[in-house]
Design a protein around this ligand. Structure first.
Ligand code: FAD
Length: 396
């Protein structure tokens, strides 16, 4: 079976590796003329790292990944700290695989290297997919610069602004969430010692929250500052912002937050959009995966994890039903819609939890944190995510 993937992002590349393992011929069409990832971090829980080890990339990224010892909640005003849940050794013990925090570029490079090791010319650069036609037993794909490709199956892994989704499922309808994210990468040597710890930290406050965690074996720190505000609607990884604006958004927050913002190399900003989960994302021989079909707010840190899970389940379905690609794609869709919709809704619920008005004052905040972040509630909120095994869900 010949398979074309639109998009060499985290999901598309994982799909290619999982498909190669099962003997498929795969070509990836990527719109960018140079491969790379933006300067930002990504957290990958055990449900995703499990897949990375299955496709041979886990070991490759280990030297560049961090395995935080734990995660702490801190209060915006006083800096009071509550341990949230253990990651590090705990993740390996409980879920069998590590919790990694990684620079996106390091993960992307490892996936690209894995794909090219199998098929050096698998990734066709500068090929933006603009048109697709289904035929009786396949799909024809056209690219902006005149390329024409034929395949038995096409996978739209072309991200949140997916052209494949637009073609088969119509325009999407994003709604501004009222929340924007500041993000930046920090050279750890620019931070005081106590902010260079091997912990992920989630600062909570009224109308905003801040996440930071170590990257690249602790040499970098990833910063994400999320704030409720109007007037900013651009959903882009590459939109630069001004440090003064970011400082203004976190005025009055603890000195540690100010120190982090002051140390960011280049602050970027991203408007967070809400989209309702799609009911369907398979049409004949075309299937979507990742942000193309279930973009989510980042408050469960699961967008990339879901793309990686999708990729593996899809490859297993295609392998199981190789003689009947339509059946394979339908099975894939039926296995993935409920779980990914739950992530979309759970992420939105976490926005409310992280920004609760009770967090404004220390006494109310202490009661709120102690109520919302008990070990039991953490397990309720996260176990169903982290325990998922893309290699054992029934694809028959
Ligand atoms: P992408 O990574 O967007 O890749 C799409 C690829 O398709 C790109 O290479 C693009 O150039 C290409 N493309 C686009 N259009 C075309 C076309 N027409 N033809 C050919 N190629 C095309 N997720 C986590 O799991 N953990 C986190 O900690 C986390 N943090 C986040 C923080 C923020 C602030 C945000 C905004 C998101 C975060 N996410 C996180 C979500 C995660 O970044 C995405 O869910 C993930 O990148 C989706 O992967 P993908 O492969 O579907 O799409």
């Amino acid at each position: 079976m010949k398979i074309l993937i639109a998009g060499a992002g985290l999901g598309g590349l994982t799909a290619a590796l999982a498909l190669f393992e099962r003997g498929f011929d795969v070509t990836i069409l990527e719109q960018a003329s140079v491969l790379g990832e933006i300067g930002a971090g990504v957290q990958l829980s055990a449900n995703a790292t499990r897949v990375l080890y299955h496709v041979g990339v886990g070991e490759r990224v280990e030297p560049l990944a961090c395995e935080p010892l734990g995660k702490n909640v801190r209060l915006w005003s006083t800096g009071q700290t509550w341990p949230l849940f253990d990651l590090g050794a705990h993740s390996r013990q409980q879920y069998g695989f590590p919790y990694f925090t990684l620079h996106r570029a390091d993960l992307h490079q490892a996936l690209v290297d894995g794909v090219r090791a199998v098929k050096p010319d698998a990734i066709q650069l500068g090929e933006r997919v603009v048109e697709l036609q289904q035929t009786d037993n396949g799909v024809i794909v056209h690219t902006a610069r005149g390329g024409r490709y034929e395949a038995d199956v096409v996978i739209g892994a072309d991200g949140v602004h997916s052209a494949v989704r637009a073609k088969f499922f119509g325009p999407d309808q994003p709604r501004y969430s009222g929340i924007m994210a500041w993000r930046g990468v920090i050279d750890a040597t620019r931070l005081p010692e106590h902010l260079r710890t091997p912990y992920g930290v989630n600062w909570v406050g009224p109308g905003a929250h801040v996440i930071h965690y170590p990257l690249r074996a602790g040499r970098l720190v990833n910063f994400v500052g999320v704030v409720e505000r109007d007037g900013w609607m651009v959903e882009s990884w590459s939109e630069r912002g001004e440090r003064e604006d970011c400082l203004r958004d976190f005025k009055g927050w603890h000195d540690d937050v100010q120190a982090l913002i002051n140390a960011i190399e280049i602050p970027y900003k991203w408007a967070l959009m809400v989209r309702e989960p799609m009911q369907r994302w398979v049409d004949g021989r075309v299937a979507l995966l990742g942000d193309a079909c279930h973009p989510t707010l980042p408050f469960l840190a699961q967008g990339a994890c879901m793309a990686i899970e999708d990729a593996y389940v899809l490859a297993r379905c295609l392998s199981q039903h190789a003689a009947h690609p339509d059946t394979a794609l339908a099975r894939y869709e039926s296995l993935r819609t409920e779980r990914t919709a739950r992530v979309v809704h759970g992420s939105a619920a976490n926005a409310k939890r992280f920004h609760n008005p009770e967090l404004a004052h220390a006494a109310g905040a202490a009661a709120y944190v102690e109520r919302e972040w008990t070990t039991e509630k953490i397990h309720q909120r996260y176990d169903w995510l982290f325990e998922y095994d893309a290699n054992s869900v029934a694809v028959e």
